[in-house]
Ligand binder design. Structure first.
Ligand SMILES: [Zn+2]
Length: 260
């Protein structure tokens, strides 16, 4: 069994599944995707996302507003805390900084990031971090806001070993997406190889970032197997070991997901 620690189930193209979310879930189950964390990107689409996965006990959710959602409704700490009181919500995010896709004065991104960290600490749930071309400020803000109290995960980790060490120092896990399967991803593969076995998660980030051999196509949680196989190869351990380890790590980071 594998756990997809980061996907956007409400954004999937369900066409290959006869436009049925139930069909999709059945197929995912048959292909041994035992659990999924469906990650929110804004508050506008949150209620629909919630309704979509509400009936599935092997799907958890997060609540938050993505740093690339510039025009989204700005969340308040109280609002995030109140939404996160729901037992279905296991994390705050995705949140963080993206200096690649946004331009101009990005103080709004940093303020929004701080809001999420404060909410996570108030509710005692871990953070899901998105960081792109912004590692210095991401680490600085996590440090200043004492995010290590709740920890969390750097999703779709694409930084170097030094950043990995700093993230782990701050009580964060690293999650690997399909990017680790790309030939050009030497830096990330190096991190996947050296990382302690109790610090990594795996994810698809569906519908984005399909792994090799599906690169450039829409992504689905069932492709998680390609990512687990790649990491098993890099670390020279069995697929079963990667499956077991990443599953354990997921339940340790998100303890709410362990109960039955
Ligand atoms: Zn995402």
């Amino acid at each position: 069994m594998l756990i997809d620690s980061h996907c956007h189930l409400d954004c999937l193209d369900l066409n290959p599944y006869g436009n049925s979310f139930a069909n999709f879930m059945r197929e995912a189950h048959q292909q041994e995707i035992g659990y999924m964390l469906c990650v929110a990107i804004n508050l506008e689409s949150y209620p629909d996302m919630y309704r979509l996965v509400e009936g599935y006990r092997n799907v958890a959710i997060s609540v938050g507003v993505h740093p690339n959602e510039r025009d989204a409704r700005e969340p308040a700490i109280d609002q995030l805390v109140s939404l996160a009181q729901d037992p279905k919500v296991v994390a705050i995010g995705e949140t963080g900084l993206d200096y690649f896709r946004s331009e101009g004065d990005l103080n709004w991104q940093r303020e929004r990031f701080r809001t999420h960290i404060r909410a996570a600490k108030a509710i005692g749930k871990p953070l899901i971090i998105h960081s792109r071309e912004a590692k210095k400020d991401t680490l600085k803000i996590l440090d200043e806001e004492k995010a290590s109290e709740v920890g969390g995960v750097f999703h779709c980790f694409t930084e170097d070993w030094e950043t990995a060490l700093r993230a782990m120092d701050l009580n964060f896990y690293l999650s690997f997406s399909g990017i680790v399967t790309f030939k050009s991803a030497r830096l990330i593969q190096d991190v996947a190889k050296r990382l302690p076995e109790n610090r990594f998660l795996i994810e698809t980030d569906s519908p984005y970032l399909a792994p090799v051999p599906f690169r450039g196509k829409p992504n689905y949680p069932v492709y998680l197997r390609c990512i687990a196989e790649c990491i098993a190869g890099l670390r020279d351990v069995s697929f079963a070991e990667i499956a077991e380890r990443s599953t354990q790590n997921f339940h340790t980071l998100f303890p709410q997901t362990s109960a039955g």
